[in-house]
Design a protein. Structure first.
Length: 74
């Protein structure tokens, strides 16, 4: 198994474990904590996508490819 894939899977397991533990500590519910631990990474992935798009646009503005204040489609 490639090292990158192993690192991704171990990070995912850590992320899910921490998310579940924190949610369980706050709610005391295994089912609610499990739901939160599974939903949060999905929402985070969508947020990361838009975060990346914003940084790509900022890089284009900084490089002079777009005038500041121009609305560009990513």
């Amino acid at each position: 198994m490639p090292r990158d894939l192993i690192k991704t899977l171990t990070y995912l397991s850590i992320h899910l474990t921490v998310g579940f533990t924190v949610a369980y500590a706050f709610t005391g519910s295994v089912s609610l904590a499990g739901g939160i631990a599974l939903i949060e990474p999905c929402i985070n992935a969508v947020a990361f996508f838009f975060h990346e798009k914003a940084w790509q646009r900022a890089d284009r503005v900084a490089a002079g490819a777009l005038p500041h204040g121009t609305v560009a489609r990513a």
